[in-house]
Design a protein around this ligand. Structure first.
Ligand code: SF4
Length: 224
């Protein structure tokens, strides 16, 4: 099968397409396929020209780190959870997430997610212990990978604007529940950086690889 990758040598150079040949294995994932292409000492493109190794990011290869989020045949997803058997097209097309600056090839800079939390003063300064309420919801929210897929598909999220997206709604809920000193700030930040910008398309919920209960977080924060 053909693999088409949007490559970029560094953050400032122009992106370009490069194609590779790969012998399709139905049970292989996109992440495994990228690993195999990179294993070869002499990685060559489809024309036989030697090319640099494909840069992409991963840590766990089991859907727990979120590092390998990319756009796969037009759909944002984790490369380690996307199997070749589920790709119906003859060609696999890989692009970096579009809402984040590209560092190189399929690696993007997602630091904006954490920068937004800091800008909104949304952090736990003094931890409030568990009091038995809402444990399950908090546990689910705590699994956020910060992969950025929810921001990639959100019709309202744009870098640099004051709407921070689903990841922020879930973090606000967690912080407002667990911070002894910051609940007021978390609620005010939620109003400014989430509530005023969300149009409830809920595409974030469909795309999230860990099924984050974003709607429940929104409801809980709106109640507060
Ligand atoms: S809410 Fe889901 S899609 Fe968004 S960053 Fe967290 S894990 Fe990724």
């Amino acid at each position: 099968m053909k693999v088409r990758i949007l490559r970029q040598d560094d953050p400032v150079s122009k992106p370009y397409w490069q194609e590779f040949l790969y012998e399709k294995k139905a049970d292989q994932t996109i992440a495994g396929m990228l690993d195999e292409l990179n294993y070869k000492d002499d990685i060559k493109d489809i024309t036989g020209k030697p090319v640099p190794r494909i840069q992409w990011e991963c840590s766990c290869l089991q859907g727990m780190c979120g590092g390998c989020a990319m756009v796969i045949n037009g759909t944002p997803a984790l490369a380690c959870e996307t199997f070749l058997r589920d790709i119906k097209e003859d060609t696999v097309v890989l692009e970096p997430l579009r809402k984040f600056p590209t560092i190189a090839d399929l690696v993007v800079d997602r630091s904006v997610i954490h920068e937004n939390l800091m800008k909104a003063d949304a952090y736990i300064e003094e931890y409030k212990g568990y009091n038995g309420d809402g444990y399950e919801h908090m546990y689910l929210v705590g699994r956020c990978l910060k992969c950025g897929l929810c921001l990639e598909v959100c019709p309202n999220y744009k870098k640099g604007e004051q709407f921070y997206g689903a990841v922020f709604a879930n973090d606000s809920y967690f912080i407002s529940e667990r911070s002894r000193t910051m609940p007021g700030a978390a609620k005010r930040s939620y109003e400014k950086h989430f509530e005023q910008g969300c149009s409830k398309s809920l595409s974030c919920m469909e795309i999230c690889p860990v099924n984050m209960p974003t709607l429940a977080s929104i409801s809980a924060m709106n109640r507060k």
